[in-house]
Structures are given as C-alpha cells and as structure tokens.
Design a protein around this ligand. Sequence first.
Ligand code: SF4
Length: 266
Amino acid sequence: MNRFIQIIDEVSPTTFTVLVHFQGEPLMNPNIFEMIGYASSRRMISEMATNAMLIDEEVSKQLINSGLKKIVITIDSPIEREFGFYRRGGKLGGVIEGIKHIQQARRDKNSRYPLVVVELLALKGNVDQIKEFVGLCKKLNVDGIRVKTAHLLNLDDAENKVPMGTKYSRYKVANDGSIALKGNGSSSCSAPWFKLSVTHDGWVVPCCFDKSSTFIMGTIITQTIREIWFSHHYNNFRRRLIRNRNELPVCSSCPQGRTPLDFHIG
Ligand code: SF4
C-alpha cells in the first residue's frame, strides 16, 4: 500500500487515470478499496476490470465509497449453462446479481459512479451469442456494452479459437494460408508516450500487451516513475518502436493501431 501511495503521490499531478487491474482479479487484493480511495483523494479517475465473482452487497458499497469511476465486468456467455466454460467455477446468475448490487449501491448513495460497462470477449464458441448478450445487457440497463476481440499468444489452432472471417477477429487467413493479424503491420503505436503498466511485483512495462514482462523498463521497488519514464532505456525502446515495431517481439504481434480492439455497442 505504501508503494502505491508513493506512486500516486508522484504521478497524480500529471496523470488523469489509474486502472487498478493488470492480469489477475483486482478484487482479490485486500487493499483494493483503500487504493482506489487514495487515488480518488488525489483526484485521479480510477477504473477496474473484474470477473465480478466476488461482488456482493458489501463489496458494492465499498466500491462506491472508494470513488471508483468505472467498472468493466466480463460476461463471456449470456447462457447460464455455457458461462462456466468461459469462467471456470463462475455462475452467470452471480455476476448478474453483482451488477444489480452495484446499481443498487449507486442508487442508495445517489451516485452516477461507477459506470458499469459489460464486455464479452468474442471467441469462436460465443460469437453467435452476441445478440443475446446485448439483449441481457440492455435488460440490466448497464451504462456501456462492448465486444472485445481476442488476442492470441500462439496462433496454432487460431481458426478454432477466434471467429475468423468476422469483424470480431483480430486475425485473418493470409494469401499464403497462414494466420496473420489484420491491418497494416507498420502502423504506429503511441502507447509508450502516454501510459505505462506496473506488474504485481513492481516491474514497469510499456503497456498491458506485454503480459510476460518482455520489455522491463524499470522497477518501482528502487526507482521513481519519473526516473523510469525518462530513462535512456525507455527512450531507446520508444526509438526502436518508431523505427520498426516489427523488430520488437511483442510489438510485432500486437494489434494496437492496426485493427479494432473492441466494438462499443451501447
Ligand atoms: S505496439 Fe503493442 S506491445 Fe508494443 S508498445 Fe505498442 S501497445 Fe505495447
């Protein structure tokens, strides 16, 4: 918590938003409400992405009291019997209850926040459920509905994983029959100029696509964000990205700037 406070103190004068998730489930963090509350006290906008499996009445109240501004909840299937396939051990009914708890807590507090956005990760098995998903979200009267396209670390078997041939796939079958990312391979990416990501163990990486910490820019354990942000190492990464993103392993397979990452439906 102390480290989080230090970071927020350092970045809040020049940074607008903090996303309190990066791989893993943020509601499993015992300090999460305190962290969001501290960011709110420093006038930062906080957002969270969660599977909502831990949201009950009490958690909803704490989220509202913390000042959270947006919560993104994943529902990968609007069909109860299929939901557990995408969220092992999860129950669609439980997630719906979680959404209702948040909406009730907002009403009790007479607050507009957090805005509730519900998302479906489009895969080959659930792409034909999108209409039903949108219908469910509308019935729940959520603030935003979106369909996210899936990112694959390994393209083997891609045709059985993502809905190839639809707009909800980041990938296409190339002329030579191989699977390739859609879009222009030399498109630019501006991520390392306006954001960074911190892993649970303190490593700073340029963006949330670097899930395996391939490009470590520094560590918050021994460095300030300013030292990392303006370091020769970070600037060198930015230069390499401008010169040719395809030289960089994660960037070459990254869809940022090439193809839509999500579709906002309502
Ligand atoms: S191209 Fe992708 S992986 Fe590389 S810095 Fe940009 S967002 Fe991150």
